[in-house]
Design a protein around this ligand. Sequence first.
Ligand SMILES: Nc1ncnc2c1ncn2[C@@H]1O[C@H](COP(=O)(O)OP(=O)(O)OP(=O)(O)O)[C@@H](O)[C@H]1O
Length: 309
Amino acid sequence: MARRTDELQRRFNMSNRPKKADEDQLQPTMWNTLRKLSRPTNKNFPTADRRLAGLRRSFRLSRKDNMSQQVRQKMGEAHAGIHFPIYQEVLPHQRKPEEPYRLVLLTGPNGVGVSELKRRLLLSDPEHFSVTVPYTTRERKKQEREGVEYHFVSKHTFEKDILNHKFLEHGEHKGNYYGMSLDSVRRVMAESKVCLLDVEPHTIAALYSSEFKPYVVFVKPPSIELLRLSRRKAKVLASQNEQTATKFFTEEDFQDMITTAQAMEYKYGHLFEKVVINDDLAMAFTELRDELTKIETETHWIPNTWAHV
Ligand SMILES: Nc1ncnc2c1ncn2[C@@H]1O[C@H](COP(=O)(O)OP(=O)(O)OP(=O)(O)O)[C@@H](O)[C@H]1O
């Protein structure tokens, strides 16, 4: 029988965009961040390429400049067509042994620890957790194998695939395309593994269906004081003049992380089923792993539209 609880209603009942009155109350910085959040970008390339190539941050800009008009138009249509209902009925759900595991989506501001938590989950049980293989048009390096680090395809094929909505997220860097396809997610799920995917929050909508039953985890930074303490020794990669070097987090990085997290929660909080505050890394990992175990083994709520495949 369908039921609706206040908590679930809170999660599922908000429209995707803040109301005008709400917009007026937002701090200017947060509102600018909200605007930025609407731009497609890609978090799924293997960290080495994404970061060594300076992809993560420059990606958003290069995509905007380089993508063909036709492709941009198609992408706009794809995003514009997705709406969430004001209310959603929910049903209790328990995974049957023959069913695929729910897709696990990890999201959060840059540098908060999404990749680190994903890496730890993978290491903790490589037979159980898996990740997708991205597509690229760049040249294959000597040590790389097709289908392991990347699927290597031609520019023509890639552009055709963009128009056919094959990619969940895609972008361009230094004249090469990179992208993550829906089929890669399906392949992992068909292997009876838990597919871990880190995404920008706007991508959640494209996966919000009975086929994927996404379990959305928001990785949130702690207070700025705790960020300063916990990230004292942590380093991030930074691009400088096309070169990449590691650097310590700056005060600006921390501020940015907190403002972006607030904006993400404001705009997409109704889709987050679990919020993990990443202060102590070991504790955050344990909390996340335990929660994923519960979702696999215990009865929990899902939108009733997901009940039938
Ligand atoms: N709780 C934590 N305490 C200390 N250091 C942390 C913690 N969480 C993550 N880190 C470190 O912070 C840095 C950034 O983490 P990570 O690469 O996972 O961020 P991210 O959210 O994936 O960001 P991006 O998508 O930009 O790569 C890494 O050096 C990581 O080891």
